[in-house]
Design a protein around this ligand. Structure first.
Ligand code: BGC
Ligand code: CA
Length: 290
């Protein structure tokens, strides 16, 4: 499979947050706008979906078992059996024009997730860090859409982007969870390349970046040099993660939101889940230590 393959044809409005759960040999991913979580067992092709009362915008495993995630207002525990969530901390419950978006755990078991302006034009988004002791820390502000936290193999660099501003930023990440040295890592021009969306780092320390509106994934060296471009058959590529028993398969989410009937006819697989074997492996997703 070194071609991009559609592994679940479905018109997700906003497919996002792919998470490989090794114990289950299953890929979980969310459709934020339809309040759904989807699960695929690639070996058997078995599919399952849950609908929640509110969107799960990102999902991670908990070291103690089970899942935690983010809803529009903040961090929650997620229970699939009852299809319910329970709050951990809801820092933006008072901000109706914002919602949480992407999120990821770093090598120390801390959960990083940020917020965005729902109408995508005010810089009201904040990046938060939830520590294993459940204390919450505001780490950066001024984002229109926070997206794609990802961490270098040595854990010393964090990548995080503002999709509307077009920047992927790099930060120096300290052991104690503080960040410094924020700098532009790469900048996309929307009309040419789309917007930077979800990201993951492979075992060779290169960054895989989803291009929303840009119909592709790119692989970037730590220097920022583009090493590979992988075209997708749909415009809105939202996120990617490594999965499969060997962690050799990129699972790629996409979105059908905001497309006209003519565009949907031209790109009928919009919203579907795709897979691609790039010839390099990923690393297991870190689990929340709280
Ligand atoms: C957000 C969407 C947004 C898209 C654009 C996604 O991560 O969830 O709301 O339209 O990024 O970059
Ligand atoms: Ca995203």
């Amino acid at each position: 499979m070194n071609e991009v393959t559609c592994v679940w044809q479905i018109p997700a409005l906003l497919g996002e947050g792919p998470l490989w759960v090794a114990q289950e040999n299953a890929l979980y991913w969310v459709d934020i706008l339809q309040r759904q979580v989807h699960r695929l067992e690639p070996a058997s092709g078995h599919q399952r979906s849950w609908t929640f009362a509110e969107p799960i915008t990102s999902l991670v495993q908990r070291q103690a078992g089970g899942f935690v995630g983010t809803t529009p207002d903040g961090f929650v525990t997620v229970d699939f059996e009852s299809q319910t969530v329970a709050p951990i901390v809801l820092p933006e419950a008072h901000l109706p024009h914002n919602r949480f978006n992407d999120g990821k755990v770093d090598g120390y078991g801390r959960y990083w997730s940020g917020t965005m302006h729902k109408h995508e034009h005010e810089a009201s988004g904040t990046l938060y860090r939830l520590d294993p002791d459940l204390s919450l820390h505001t780490m950066d502000t001024g984002y229109i859409i926070t997206n794609g936290p990802a961490f270098s193999v040595d854990g010393k660099t964090m990548y995080h982007n503002d999709s509307v501003k077009g920047f992927v930023y790099a930060f120096d990440l300290q052991k104690d969870g503080t960040v410094g040295g924020k700098r532009p890592f790469t900048k996309l021009t929307f009309s040419e390349n789309g917007a930077p969306d979800g990201m993951t780092v492979d075992s060779e320390n290169c960054l895989w970046l989803a291009h929303y509106g840009g119909a592709r994934l790119t692989r970037l060296a730590p220097s920022g040099e583009i090493l590979q471009v992988v075209p997708l058959p749909v415009p809105n590529v939202t996120s990617c993660t490594f999965g499969g028993p060997q962690l050799d398969t990129l699972y790629i989410t996409t979105a059908a939101q905001n497309m006209s009937p003519a565009e949907l006819e031209k790109y009928p697989l919009s919203g579907s889940l795709f897979a691609y074997q790039p010839g390099v492996k990923g690393l297991p997703a870190a689990q929340f230590a709280g």
